[in-house]
Design a protein around this ligand. Sequence first.
Ligand code: AMP
Ligand code: MG
Length: 329
Amino acid sequence: MSRRFAGQRRPFKPFRAAVFLLLIVVSPVLTSCGENTDSFFALDTSISIKIKGSEEDLAALKDEICAFDALFSPNGTQSAIAALNREKKVSDEWAFDVLKEAEEYRVLTGGAFDPRLGALSSLWGFGTGKTAVPPQDKIASLLEKSLASEFDFDGKTKTVSLSGEAVVDLGAVGKGALADRLREICEERGIGSALISLGGNLTVVGKKAGGKARTIAILGPDGSSYACFIEAADTHIVTSGVYQRFFEQDGKRYCHVLDPSTGSPVDNELSSVTIVSENGAYADALSTALLVMGGEKALAFWETRRDFEAIFIRKDGEVFSTGIAYTLP
Ligand code: AMP
Ligand code: MG
């Protein structure tokens, strides 16, 4: 097996890291001729867009993000997902496509990614503002009900039906699916260079001036210092990390990613998984799924597919990758 790991982790260099931090954090607010930027809150996260393009181009991307937010949000009168959870049926082409893709990823990952865990996330208090460890019997019964629900897809009418009591949650794939659409818009409008950040999802369109790939820093287990770097052009970089959303109870941390085999937050040796792929929805679903799988199963999964790149960062700070990550000398 030719695993191409990032190799030995080198000591963290604060000065070099600070330069990269400056580049990545500050660059979205710099404007020059032909560059336009925007940052705002949507999809329950911070969004930033930097493009080489017009204000109209920027507005087109923002409009798409807002349209997606309204259609895929867990609540709201315009939300297809809220309608599906309420009425067990929804007809909408965009929602149909994303739900169908999500169901395909559930099957592909052996259920490590599962879009039917909304009720369990709420039980743990994520998204409700009242996080707490629930009683084990409640977790078990809700998990059983959630996994018993099934989707039905009617391609002719673009209608999705859901049997049983599961609550659909596309939090682990939605931003990736949106990023795919945003890349299409860039192509349609001739936006040759863009950097779009949707929370933990980064989309790089084109290359930097001079034809160079962009250097992207990947966060370490503390969620603030950098563990490694990659070079990226025309791709999506999606990270799922246990430090992104969590609560603590009795000295133990509980993160927002649930293991569908237990109904409880993921608890293995991994701190984060970053996936690099030209398919944003795939990268998003896999970042969540491989975090659930843990390092060994995740590497075995990668071996069977080899159609994406991955960076695994363990809680002890060790970095493994499929060959793309490097550390600074
Ligand atoms: P991500 O940050 O992409 O890993 O997505 C995490 C979000 O997806 C959570 O906040 C939940 O809304 C939802 N989620 C949690 N666990 C899973 C899972 N195993 N499969 C699919 N969605 C999940
Ligand atoms: Mg994800």
